[in-house]
Write a protein that binds this ligand. Sequence first.
Ligand SMILES: Nc1ncnc2c1ncn2[C@@H]1O[C@H](COP(=O)(O)OP(=O)(O)OP(=O)(O)O)[C@@H](O)[C@H]1O
Ligand SMILES: [Mg+2]
Length: 509
Amino acid sequence: MVVRLYSGGVEGVDAYPVELEVDYVRQGLPGFTMVGLAEAAVREAKDRVFAALRACNFRLPPARITVNLAPAWRRKNGAGFDLPLAVGLLAAAGIIPVERLQGLYLTGELSLNGALRPVSGVLPLALLARERQAQGLVVPPGNGAEAVMARGLNVYAPENLASCAAFLAGATPLEPLAPLEVTTATAPADTVDFAEVKGQEAAKRALEVAAAGGHNVLLIGPPGSGKTMLARRLPTILPPLDFEEALEVTKIYSVAGKLPPEGRLVRVRPFRAPHHTISDVALVGGGSWPHPGEISFAHRGVLFLDELPEFRKTALEALRQPLEGGTAVIARASHSVTFPAACMLVAAMNPCPCGYYGDPTHQCTCKPEQRARYRARLSGPLLDRIDVHVEVPAVAYADFSAGSGGASSAVMRERVLAARAVQRHRFGPDGPHCNAELSGALLERHCALDTQGHALMETAVSRLSLSARACARVLRMARTIADMEEAPAIKPQHLAEAVALRVLDRGQV
Ligand SMILES: Nc1ncnc2c1ncn2[C@@H]1O[C@H](COP(=O)(O)OP(=O)(O)OP(=O)(O)O)[C@@H](O)[C@H]1O
Ligand SMILES: [Mg+2]
């Protein structure tokens, strides 16, 4: 007889259905064949499954068994096919009634004693099962919290193969897990605060504008001025993740097997700070079985590249496309895989190799050509994708000793949230997320200037020789600054501040 049951595979961050067909013939020579482009971990399922069946005291009559994983043209990976395979064999041997498997999805890795171990990519599978109106999804206990994020789906999490079989055979009932309470989706309190940063008011303002419009930022300054400190506090002023965004982010961590052991929803905006020795693949994703990179782990959050010029040039170049499009596309000969990668880039660097160029208190020891070489490591196209460049000078002792710092994260966040609300109202649910995503016709429509504004831009372009791309950046930022004041039109003072936030164009550093 042939038993059919469902599981799923993952490509990118989405699952696709995989139908397992188990053909069980009790004539001829006993044997086991698996077809359907199974990778090594899937082929090894056979050994784990038979050991687990033995451990749970299931004695299957010898038979010639053929297992097909359909669609046959897609490569299957991972140990999640263990459980459906074991259940399929039990159904084929008559231990579980076949009707019980209708519309049921299963996934899970078996250990040799029959226990169920968690697997990666359960959230995408749960969302797929819900979309296909499945009767239910059976997962290992360690994936239960993750599967219930797909609300409206019955999730069962038996302890081991024996209790799963008893449940499916109707011998012992098993209650579906309680669905996820959305009210739990609030972020825990932050442990750092902008109030701890003394002085640096200009840099704080720049970060606030960047957060308000989702703009990429570059912080430039001498060692110890607080660049790393400032960047690490950026997440404290970003708006909280809403449920849909939290699901998007959790899916990425789920397919990469990077969810914490309790498998909870990611409720905090990601902040990823890879070291500068990171490889291209680890930064943007890749590998023979494509996996997401740091830029995808930073999706809807912040990618912080400290000591920017120290990164490999190829790695920085590889960032260009995802920074522009918000997705990391990994092309393979036969197909390409896309991972979401819409993040804010925050980068920090010293102005020169010794770090003190332009610093009033230290002499810079670099030769001009050393400085030029250092700067040349950042290509123009990468810098072009950064809206805000701000100088972070050494803190004066007067500021440092003045006790508390300026605005706290709570106050700054209020203003960011207000500006984001203005943008959401203007763009609607289907428009861009924030001003940083404005381009083409939308940019023209929403960033129109009056005659005074045009005159100011003209002066800026001729004095600072701004490129057309830089002009667009200035306009987008001016839009954000105007939104922070809830001003419907961009005024000259907004433009002036936007130009001031691009120190590299002004050649000051
Ligand atoms: N503005 C500031 N207010 C309060 N503390 C500061 C400030 N700037 C620096 N510090 C202190 O100095 C430490 C070092 O600062 P930070 O690591 O941010 O410097 P940096 O600019 O990143 O330097 P580098 O260029 O060497 O990476 C911080 O952990 C903090 O304790
Ligand atoms: Mg630093």
